[in-house]
Write a protein that binds this ligand. Structure first.
Ligand code: SF4
Length: 445
């Protein structure tokens, strides 16, 4: 591998794997690298050193991360590893002893120290210039806004608290400043993320911070209201159904933030929820969903579920299907239980055989597909505001308030001269299938 020529600007390659939370970590490191004058190299061959941000959540992700590290070592040779896999003991070093340094997730400072050690920072003050919104990996018109790190729960299938520690909320003034910078740079949609968004501020007793010279509480409701004042779409992810979430639904009903709630219910059987150590019970969840819809009829509820959790009986699985029918959720993801190394649920008795897990997943998805298709069909004939993600000669791919990027459906819009990427449009819905809608431009907003 070549060493940077004397006086040349050092170049860092970057590989980013994993979930939106890992993506935000990548953006922070890239921002810091650019702020210090490093150039981000487009290929292994152009880089003086490569940073790989890994995921370690499930076995498939561990494999993908280890492969990516191996490829970076083979192609470049100087590799620093960060992210969730780095927090899993000596897994990285055991597989790839040649890596220069390994850190856990959310470790920008540690990564920067490792970069400085192996590729000294340049001294050109002009390269210190970096846009105030930082470097982002998402398209220009939407951005993830991470408000906290870690989690105080101990769900038995999850190793995130072991990897990332307890909840640490970011100061509300910093979050708002970042949001404002993003909006100034052209972002039209902010996606609020953390491990447990409704717990924002619990760790610091909802301390009052400041934004724009005004006091602002470190609390989901106050933050959501302040974000709602920025004039862009605000979408909340990973919200647990605690009682105070009801107040946020009112903000949605008032049109201040998007009527969209991503609530990971995970199951509906009280016994399984208890074995999972989930922070809510199934009956309350159903009542909550119904009550939310009575306050905000346009609410889209997205959720994720695990089928084939250790000990799950056929009757308990059927309880989950009944919950789906009752709750009529709009968007749903389903994962067969995967025994993540280090998760306490692995020690539970009666693991469900793989073919049964797959069969339950198929039945679950078949039930949900019917619900989804019925709910989408009701939108035909309505006019919806959409945000255009991309435009081609075949028309545009856009998203309505009900569609988060990457995980939900889309609105296919017929070609029209007024459609522009990153702009809003009014679209009349002409057709629907199981996950997506079709429409044509009604009027430009
Ligand atoms: S709430 Fe449960 S599943 Fe979510 S991050 Fe915390 S421990 Fe993991």
């Amino acid at each position: 591998m070549r060493a940077p020529a004397r006086g040349a600007i050092p170049r860092v390659g970057f590989v980013s794997l994993g979930c939106p939370k890992a993506l935000v970590d990548s953006e922070r490191i890239l921002t810091e690298l650019r702020a210090e004058g490093y150039v981000v190299a487009p290929s292994y061959a152009d880089a003086d050193l490569v940073v790989v941000n890994t995921c370690g959540f499930i076995d498939a992700a561990v494999e993908e991360s280890l492969e990516a590290i191996g490829e970076a070592l083979a192609e470049n040779g100087k590799v620093i590893v960060t992210g969730c896999l780095g927090a899993k003991g000596s897994v990285v070093k055991d597989a790839h002893p040649r890596v220069l340094a390994v850190t856990g997730p959310h470790a920008t400072d540690e990564v920067m120290r490792a970069v400085h050690k192996h590729l000294p920072r340049p001294h050109d003050p002009y390269t210190d210039l970096v846009p105030p919104q930082g470097i982002r990996l998402t398209p220009k018109h939407y951005a993830y806004l991470k408000i906290a790190e870690g989690c105080n729960h101990r769900c038995t299938f999850c190793i995130i608290p072991a990897m990332r520690g307890d909840l640490v909320s970011r100061p509300v003034g910093d979050v708002m400043q970042e949001a404002e910078n993003l909006v100034k740079s052209g972002v039209r949609e902010l996606l609020v993320i953390s491990q447990d968004t409704s717990a924002y501020g619990v760790d610091i007793k909802y301390r009052t911070g400041f934004w724009g010279g005004r006091p602002l509480k470190t609390k989901m409701l106050d933050l959501a209201a302040a974000l709602g004042g920025l004039g862009v779409w605000v979408r909340l992810h990973y919200v647990y159904p605690y009682p105070h979430v009801d107040d946020v639904i009112e903000l949605m009903a008032d049109g201040k933030i998007l009527p969209y709630l991503d609530v990971p219910f995970q199951h509906a059987s009280p016994r399984i929820l208890k074995a999972m150590k989930r922070p809510a019970n199934a009956e309350n969840n159903l009542t909550r969903v119904k009550q939310w819809r009575s306050v905000c009829p346009d609410l889209t509820v997205r959720s994720t579920f695990i089928v084939g959790f250790p000990g799950e009986t056929e009757a308990e699985f059927e309880q989950l299907l009944e919950f789906l029918e009752e709750a009529q959720l709009d968007r749903v993801g389903c994962f067969p239980y995967s025994p993540v190394e280090g998760a306490t649920a692995n020690a539970l008795a009666n693991h469900v055989p793989e073919p049964v897990k797959e069969e339950r997943k198929a039945r679950f998805m078949a039930t949900q597909e019917k619900i989804s298709a019925r709910r989408l069909q009701k939108k035909v004939g309505k006019t919806l505001t959409v945000l255009v993600d991309s435009v081609s000669e075949d028309g545009a791919i856009a998203r309505s308030a009900a569609d988060a990027p990457e995980i939900d459906g889309v609105v296919h819009v017929a070609p029209h001269a007024s459609l522009k990427q990153g702009e809003f449009a009014e679209v009349r819905i002409t057709a629907a299938d199981t996950h997506d809608l079709e429409g044509r431009v009604a009027a430009k907003r």
